[in-house]
Design a protein around this ligand. Sequence first.
Ligand SMILES: [Zn+2]
Length: 365
Amino acid sequence: MKGQIVNELNRVAIAIAGIDDAGMPNVRNSHRDQRSRLQRRPHLFAIASSDPHRDQRSRLQKRPHRFALASSVSVFVALTLGPDSPRAAQPKIWEEFSGDKALAHVQRLVDLGPRPPGSEAIEKSRDYIENQLRLFGWEVTRQPFTDETPRGKVRFVNLVARFPAHGSAVPSFLLCSHHDTKTFDTIRFVGANDGGSSTGLLLELARVLGQYPNLAAKVELVFFDGEEAYENFSETDGLYGSRYFAKQLADAKTGKQFRGGILFDMVGDRSLDITLPTDSPVEMARDIFASAEALKLRNYFSYFDREMTDDHTPLNRIGIPTLDMIDFDFPWWHTADDTIDKLSAQSLQVVGSVAAYYLSEFALK
Ligand SMILES: [Zn+2]
């Protein structure tokens, strides 16, 4: 809607700027009429004076005559459009997220079998993720590194994606998932929910964001490798990819460009119950709850009773407030039964649409 108004405004302002003085009184009179109507509908005034006009205003202030005209035109346009006109038809990013498409990505990943770090299957999963991201317009870079693990040296690879920026825009928000599955010697673990669900969701979010280049340019997507510990989470086991990624940011002193981030993990349980850990950044948690409320999905979101060690931990540690969107109440966690039949497209839809709403209405606004 904003874009439409601005375009309309430009068009009408240009037309009026060419009108000679004889035409002026009518414009002024209609402006007066509209103002009195406007006073009865204050919410419309808020629309007329919202951000998109700010740029134009500063340009127009150098030409006060046109500024006065443009103001009246903007009021006119806002009144003409009214609350129920094209505004209602404007596409809403959160309605474009498809749980079915997200689940289809998960299926493709699960079909590759167990995807532990260093395996051929995880390499294939990276090819898949990378190809999909490129189809959606993203530029992908690989961040390879080697780290010492309880099983010796392992080579890991994070995938980092950015949307080609228009102008000087740099990403200011991180959206993350891990794409590895935990290494097991005794069971066949395909990690449909743990490793698969969040990666499928993030791919679908990448598709949706790709249709909104101005939003996409503000985001960096990260698909971490090596989230899972070989033995137990410690300073040297688990979170390999996020620890490395955070260290790169800290070393390059570029972490400050990110105002925040969301980590998705285990978001596909067909019995969805997202529980934000107590270490969630307070303002972000509040805005996530508000987003869920706005979409009438509030009942799927609550607080967890404790902190969580996950890929958001190294990011929080270097000062990037990052929230772990996780449903840890999953009976098949780290078992051979973490399979796709435990997931639902609807659960992915709930998380994806709330995230998209949060991004467009809060984080990237
Ligand atoms: Zn896990």
